[in-house]
Design a protein around this ligand. Structure first.
Ligand SMILES: NC(=O)c1ccc[n+]([C@@H]2O[C@H](COP(=O)([O-])OP(=O)(O)OC[C@H]3O[C@@H](n4cnc5c(N)ncnc54)[C@H](OP(=O)(O)O)[C@@H]3O)[C@@H](O)[C@H]2O)c1
Length: 383
């Protein structure tokens, strides 16, 4: 059977749109996805010249990204000087939204209203109200909608869940995740999306979704969370970057009742301990995940040793590699979108909408109890 083709319309021409589109150009067979072919049929930008440059750069791709160029992934691609033209283009099956956070709701809504399926970058929206609005529209229109949480689809996340949930390390005790990097804030202009409060700038909304990915995979999905209940935010703190008033760092302590706690950090001022960005502590030892938390490829199982309260099966440290297929690691989520749409699904089982909503509610609570300039920022739900 020939692979089914999914036709992508791309909204905006920034950094992550570039990375995502490059990954669509990688030969799907390199990740055993022989049932799918990704085609980029429209690129929309606020500026037509940006759209044209973006396409030109994709056409010039080398190495592993050349496959798509040579095999028709960009054939007949339309470059458009507005996002609306992408939403309304008959050659587009699904729209990928990669604008700054505060525009996600408006962009997704416009795409859905035009009858298009949507994959939207993290954080899905600015607040839960906006997300609920999108979920209602997608449901009413019978369209597919998903947050682009690429980590969830990478092989390592399945492997870690298998080990953790098998119980071989004993009972789960706690999770610590640190998604930190030195973003050189002082060298950035105040209108940069990471620094501008009006664009939802700051560590919480940009880096925060990744500690939350791990908290969701480890605690929310844990078999002890029988009713899949939401976490409680036990405490949180946001450090304010005085120049623009966004958070340079955010910390949160969450509890899933009956499962355990997660201590999460997102920090734009300094790298963390790269060999252990996520530490999943169980009775017998730790699962230690190496950086970056958005796309790790290695984890270690580290026994607690003779002082452990439980001396069971784990005696020596082991290292486990789960390499990503060629590319940046974003193609797995694109494959999921293709399979869901082909199968008539309206959401992904691996990244369901109600789990995006759980995350959004945590982000809302932390943002609204912090002292930043994004504290009172309201979304555009209903508008
Ligand atoms: N999944 C991940 O790991 C990951 C990584 C990075 C970012 N992201 C998410 O992706 C989104 C975009 O991030 P990015 O790093 O790609 O940002 P970026 O490089 O600044 O690109 C954003 C693009 O949005 C468009 N845009 C529309 N209105 C804008 C405005 N008022 N100000 C600035 N840009 C505007 C621009 O494209 P046009 O001029 O072509 O319209 C711009 O190039 C964010 O929500 C971020 O959280 C996800």
């Amino acid at each position: 059977m020939p692979p089914s083709t999914l036709r992508w319309g791309i909204i905006s021409t920034g950094d992550i749109a570039t990375t995502f589109c490059k990954d669509l150009l990688v030969d799907p067979s390199t990740r055993n996805a022989t049932d799918i072919f990704h085609k980029i049929t429209a690129i929309g930008s606020r500026s037509l010249s940006s759209a044209k440059t973006f396409l030109h750069d994709l056409e010039e791709s080398t190495d592993r990204f050349k496959w798509g160029v040579e095999n028709g992934s960009l054939e007949g691609c339309h470059t458009l000087g507005s996002y609306e033209e992408v939403y309304n283009h008959p050659d587009v099956d699904v729209v990928y939204v990669a604008t700054p956070h505060t525009l996600h709701h408006r962009n997704c809504k416009d795409a859905l209203m035009a009858g298009k399926n949507v994959l939207c970058e993290k954080p899905f929206t600015l607040d839960a109200e906006e997300l609920e609005d999108l979920m209602a529209i997608a449901q009413a229109k019978g369209l597919f909608l998903m947050e682009a949480v690429w980590t969830r689809f990478q092989p390592i996340t399945f492997a870690i869940q298998d080990i953790l949930f098998s119980g071989q390390l004993g009972k789960f005790k706690r999770l610590t995740v640190d998604n930190s990097l030195d973003y050189k804030l002082d060298e950035r202009g105040e209108s940069h999306r990471m620094l501008d409060p009006a664009l939802g700038g700051g560590a919480l909304l940009d880096l925060g979704p990744y500690p939350l990915v791990w908290a969701m995979l480890v605690l929310h999905h844990h078999p002890d969370n029988v009713t899949r209940s939401r976490p409680k935010v036990l405490s949180s703190y946001q450090t304010i970057y005085q120049r623009t008033g966004v958070d340079s760092a955010s910390r949160m302590l969450l509890e899933w009742e009956g499962v355990g706690q997660a201590a999460l950090t997102a920090d734009l001022t300094c790298h963390g301990y790269m060999d252990g960005v996520a530490v999943i502590t169980c009775e017998e030892g730790d699962i230690v995940v190496a950086a970056p938390p958005s796309k790790p490829q290695t984890f270690h199982i580290v026994p607690h040793g003779p002082d452990s309260s439980r001396q069971g099966f784990i005696r020596t440290k082991t290292t486990h590699h789960h390499p990503l297929s060629p590319g940046h690691g974003m193609a797995y989520e694109a494959d999921e979108v293709a399979r869901c749409i082909r199968g008539g699904k309206k959401e992904s089982g691996r990244m369901p909408l109600d789990e995006s909503l759980v995350v959004m509610r945590v982000l809302d609570e932390v943002r609204r109890s912090g002292g930043t300039k994004t504290k009172d920022l309201r979304g555009t739900a209903g508008k």
